[in-house]
Each structure stands twice: as structure tokens, then as C-alpha cells.
Design a protein around this ligand. Sequence first.
Ligand code: 5CA
Ligand code: ZN
Length: 409
Amino acid sequence: MHAWPASEVPALPGTGRDLRIHDTATDGRVTLTPGPVARIYVCGITPYDATHMGHAATYNAFDLVQRVWLDTKRQVHYVQNVTDVDDPLLERAVRDGIDWTGLAERETALFREDMTALRMLPPKQYIGAVEAIPGIVPLVERLRDAGAAYDLDGDVYFSVESDPHFGEVSHYDAEVMRALSAERGGDPERPGKKNPLDPMLWMAAREGEPSWDGGSLGRGRPGWHIECVAIALDHLGMGFDVQGGGSDLVFPHHEMGASHAQALTGEHPFAKTYVHAGMVGLDGEKMSKSKGNLVFVSALRRQGADPAAIRLALLAHHYRADWEWTDQVLRDAEERLANWRAAVSRPDGLPADALLEEVREALADDLDSPAALAAVDRWAAAQQADGGADESAPGLVSRTVDALLGVAL
Ligand code: 5CA
Ligand code: ZN
């Protein structure tokens, strides 16, 4: 699959700081010190509906991670998937009486447009589950041959007991795992499984559903977690720097993915750091396609919202917080954007070198984007009140905001 066009990241004077970020697996803060090429995998959308503000908030968090890395003069190898075949997508296509491939293509195209408008950096590889199938099949065969997977009426399950590190991403107890597994695509009640938590690696072809040649596995389609593992191992390898997603992916998705990869390779860890963004809600509930309580990025754009304001609305919340979308959030962001634009449109201004360092420090401190916005607010207010004679200041502020926050003034 192709990704979307990259917006240019302006160069800034000096060098950024190493990112200190919350790691789910150790439940503590770690300082990331990747090599010259930082490696990140972020779980992509299941394209059966348009990008909502919750998705956008999660992708914004991982865009900031990359911007901090770029500012430390590292390159970034970013990989993202598209879950373009899965139960919810197939169910939606049946409900709406449309072809599932057309639905996936349409929503993925809209996602690309939204990401471009929001100036999210594109992944180097953007890979669909369907195109990953030829790489997934041999991995499942290997797991089965190693005794880490077993057959149940033609479906193939992963045995969580095959990974001694199982549980070390989420640290949830068995009861919580069981409840989350049932809620998020697992089938803990199915009889015949070795462990109720065991997730499916390969689903035998079902009547009326798409299926692919699975070699010795028979016709079928891949499970969800092995999809991301196959793509990440193919392009990034074991021990990449960050796996990212929303907090709803901690269990089972990222726990199971880590165990699949660790059982496959005998190496640990799959990702060095697991980073999770909070959930965006609407009217007291998590925004989700299945609940239908959604505010779409594309709808806001159609209504005339400036993408830069949408992005500022995301940045006004700390990435780990759970927060609620309201119309006021966008109005506040629009006001902030207008203030910033007015401040940088003056021909000269207050020196901004200290501001650059404040923004750098705020982002390095667990991506504290609200603190970064507050620093720019202070500069803009002082600039409007007193002005200054530094001709390079407005340009430096624009470049800082563009390079580090992805906002074009
Ligand atoms: N295709 C899988 C990942 S492999 C998936 O979870 N797709 S998704 O479309 O449901 O979500 C895409 C990304 O947005 C995931 O990282 C998910 O954690 C995140 N996300 C979904 N809903 C919200 C929300 N309400 N708030 C914040 N992030 C969300
Ligand atoms: Zn994933």
C-alpha cells in the first residue's frame, strides 16, 4: 500500500533532547536512546469507518515521538499497518450491503487525506493485512512446528504458555485478561482451547467470507495479532524502539503480539518500549466505531475547520490522559491558532531561542504538549503586548511550531 505525502520538517538550530516517556511494560519512565535510525511501529486503523478524533489523538502522540527523534538528528524508520481484513470490517460490509474491499479502500483513502491534512509524518512502510498474508503463513507454520500453536477444528491457536514472558506488557491478572479478551476480539469461552486466553493465529475459511491459501494451514485468513507481528518483524526486526497504539491495545493486542514474536524468535523483547495513548471520549463514553459516538476529522474539515486548529485541539491534551471531545475544545484551539498567527505575522519580535528550548524540554518530558502550547502562548502574549526587535524571531517560532508540533502557522 502507499502511504501519504510527507510535509517537510524544518531544521531547527541546536539539537533536541532525548525523550523520556512512559513505558507500559515497566509502568515507569524510560529515556529512549535509539541508534541513528530509530524504529517505531504504530498500529494502524481497521478501515470500516472514517478517522475519528480518538484515532487522530493517538497518531498525534506518535507523530510527536518522531518529531522529537528528528530534532535529535536521528532518522526514523516508521511502520504502520492497515487491518484491511477482520471481523468488524466484514460485518460492516455485510450490514451496508457493500463489497468489503471497496469499503476498506475508501476508508483508507480518507484516512490518508486526514493524516495529510493534519501533517502527520507518513510511515516508510504502510502495509495492509491482506498483502502481509504470504509472510504470515510461514510464521504460523513455524509456531505450530515449534509446539507454540495448535489446531482446533481447522483453526490454529497460539499457546500463551509457550512464551515465558507472557503477561509482561500489561501485567494484568488472569481475570482482567479474560474479560478484555472477550471484549476485544478474543474467544475465551470457546471449548477445546488449552488456555481460554489463547488467541487465533489462523482462521479456517468460513462460508461467505474471504479466504486465502494458507499452505499447510489450509485456506483461511490471519488472526489480528500475528498481522502486526509479521509486518513489524519483516520491516523492523526484533527489539525495535517503540510499539505504539491506544491504551485499548495494551491487552490483548500488544501482549499477544509480544508473545508471538518472542515465541517465534526465542528473543526478548519484541519492542523495547510500549507506549499507549489515552482514550478520547464523547458524551461520557470512549469514542468507538462500534458504539457510533464519533466525531470525524473529515467531517470537521468539511465544515470548514482548519486542520491546524484540529491539530492544536489534540495537542492541548496530554497524550496519556483520557479526555472528552467537545465543540469548545475546537473553539479554544481556533482562538489559540489565531493568536499565534497574529503574533508571528509581525515583521520582528521577541527573541525566541528560549521558547525553542522550552518546547523541546516540554516534549522530551513524556510528550507534555500542553506545556509546549503554554510556552508558545506566553511568547505570543508577550509579543503582542511589547513586541521586540528580533527580525528572526517570528520565523523561528513558526519553524519551531511546525517542526516539533506539526502545526503550520
Ligand atoms: N487495526 C487495529 C490495530 S492493529 C485497530 O485497533 N484499529 S482501530 O481503527 O480500532 O484503531 C486505530 C488506532 O486508534 C489504535 O491505535 C487504537 O488504539 C486507537 N483508538 C481507537 N479508538 C480510540 C479512542 N477513542 N481514543 C484514542 N485512540 C483510539
Ligand atoms: Zn496492531
